[in-house]
Design a protein around this ligand. Structure first.
Ligand SMILES: Nc1ncnc2c1ncn2[C@@H]1O[C@H](COP(=O)(O)OP(=O)(O)O)[C@@H](O)[C@H]1O
Ligand SMILES: [Mg+2]
Length: 242
């Protein structure tokens, strides 16, 4: 017992260490950009002949951008690191999934990505926190769209729900390029990203959310064909249904 508590604490510390290492790495870029631009701003301000206001404003713009980026990094970090506070209610998952699909559809269309759905109309309920589950789905849908965009030819995201083995299963399948074998083992790692400007928190976050629902997030991918992410969560037992 004491042994397992000890290991839990050890794992937690190792996890926080990884997270902090990633955070430090992420923060370095915007910080160094701020340092350089503050120096330039100081030079501009202390020149015997004053610089044009437009040039000074440009320097301030760059500084503002870096501050915004830092803000984003810290927010993402906190969202991920903070203990979750789920409020789970037995729900019709179809409606919750459909809402997210409708939300992302216009932007997807704009990127030549079409969305198709097939919902199991007899889907049993699952106890979910709508806000968090939708966050997880958004992350998956965004990744799917971005993967398809890599090909440049458009494509399709297929979103399905079904019940299987006491689980409610939501699947997001894309016709993107798939995930290379050397990348696959790392996709759930915090701060792992193959994208320029990617945060590398989308999948770890989605996985964490699935697990906080007593479920799991798994992936199937075929290079050149596409990728499928699957969230599964336990069905609410009959006596738990409100
Ligand atoms: N649908 C997908 N198709 C191909 N690769 C994907 C897909 N989803 C995720 N990945 C890979 O997993 C990595 C991590 O994803 P994520 O944690 O969401 O971070 P980010 O999107 O910021 O890169 C991505 O950079 C990409 O390499
Ligand atoms: Mg992502």
């Amino acid at each position: 017992m004491a042994q397992s508590e000890h290991r839990k604490k050890h794992n937690r510390m190792a996890f926080v260490g990884t997270l902090a290492g990633g955070l430090a790495h992420e923060v370095r870029n915007p910080l160094s950009s701020m340092k350089v631009n503050l120096q330039l701003l100081r030079d501009d301000l202390t020149k015997p002949v004053p610089e044009s206001a437009a040039r000074l404003v440009r320097r301030v713009d760059v500084l503002e951008q870096a501050v915004r980026r830092l803000e984003e990094i810290v927010n993402d970090f906190l969202n991920y690191a903070r203990g979750f506070d789920l409020e789970r209610v037995p729900c019709n998952v179809n409606a919750v999934v459909e809402e997210v699909v409708l939300f992302v559809e216009p932007e997807a269309k704009h990127h030549k990505v079409s969305l198709r759905t097939a919902f199991d109309r007899d889907l049993p309920q699952a106890a979910i926190d709508k806000k968090y589950l939708q966050q997880a789905l958004l992350n998956l849908l965004l990744n799917a769209r971005q993967a398809i965009e890599l090909g440049g030819k458009g494509g399709e995201i297929f979103v399905t729900t079904r019940a299987a083995k006491g689980q409610v299963v939501i699947e997001v399948t894309d016709t993107g390029p798939g995930i290379p074998a050397d990348v696959l083992p790392r996709i759930f790692d915090v701060y792992f990203s193959t994208k320029k400007g990617g945060t590398g928190l989308g999948l770890p976050m989605a996985k964490r959310i699935a697990e906080e629902h007593g479920g799991a997030l798994t992936v199937h991918t075929e290079e050149g064909k596409g990728t499928s992410f699957r969230i599964s969560m336990p069905v609410v037992k009959r006596d738990e249904v409100r």
